[in-house]
Write a protein that binds this ligand. Structure first.
Ligand SMILES: [Zn+2]
Length: 264
């Protein structure tokens, strides 16, 4: 009996293990993507109802142009690699809300929100591409799913999490709200781990190159973030997590690899 349970757990763990595209990092992702995307869709809709969309048509159009360019390049690449299943059912949405915070966030299934405060640091189309590709990277790498799986694991243990979603929908939702900051203070997400941040930075450089943007604009953006640091916490990019300096260093180290993806 014990042996059977052991084998069952092993099978569950094995089937739940997947690989991050572009970096090859193994991740134990246990939640079905469809469930994640459904929760994201719901809270994204709520957020848009409760917040003011930017009326700056030029900025909104630019944001959507950049988002579409990058996601198209990434989709094309994934499909040539036979990995289009990774983004099956994704519905990309890029929106700008009227809010002076230097903030941005991404949710599973392709939902991204920029705050008008970060547009000043972006400065232009390429600057927007730096932030956009980083956020798209969090989504493509399923960082949200991984974080939520870890949180569920911590609370309920690892076995049969997909059953847990059905049997404890409210608890699952609460954990989603904590991880994605969709509770009382929207947009204050649990910070990503260093692993996730560095990974999103690297993948972001690749995505920029694939979409025809110069990845060297990314370290420039981080220098501007540094200058802009007025003591206000740039929420997604918690300044200590990792430090801007370490990020820039890691990006420069990865730059030669990123440049090999440059659009021909
Ligand atoms: Zn990030």
């Amino acid at each position: 009996m014990k042996r059977n349970i052991f084998i069952l757990v092993f099978i569950i763990l094995l089937s739940a293990c997947s690989t991050v595209p572009f970096t090859g990092r193994k991740q134990s992702k246990m939640l079905p993507a469809a469930e994640m995307n459904a929760m994201a869709l719901e809270s994204y809709g709520t957020f848009l109802k409760e917040n003011k969309l930017s009326s700056n048509k030029n900025q909104v159009a630019l944001l959507q142009t950049v988002g579409n360019k990058i996601k198209t390049a990434v989709e094309k690449h994934l499909s040539t690699q036979g990995q289009q299943k990774k983004i099956e059912g994704y519905k990309w949405k890029f929106n700008l809300i009227e809010n002076p915070s230097v903030n941005v966030w991404a949710m599973p299934g392709g939902k991204i929100i920029f705050y008008t405060g970060i547009m000043d640091v972006c400065q232009d189309e390429t600057g927007i591409a730096v932030v956009m590709s980083h956020e798209i990277a969090h989504i493509i790498a399923s960082h949200g799913n991984e974080r939520m799986s870890q949180a569920l694991f911590a609370q309920f243990g690892g076995v049969a999490l997909n059953v847990l979603i059905k049997e404890k929908p409210q608890e699952t939702k609460n954990i989603y709200n904590t991880v994605f900051g969709t509770g009382t203070q929207f947009g204050v997400m649990l910070p990503y781990s260093r692993t996730h941040e560095y990974e999103a930075d690297k993948m972001g450089l690749i995505f920029m190159a694939m979409a025809g943007y110069d990845p060297l604009a990314a370290p420039d953006f981080w220098l501007r973030m540094d200058e802009n640091n007025t003591g206000q916490l740039p929420l997604e990019f918690l300044s200590t997590h990792p430090s801007h300096e370490s990020r820039i260093y890691a990006m420069m180290e990865f730059m030669p690899t990123a440049l090999t993806y440059m659009k021909k």
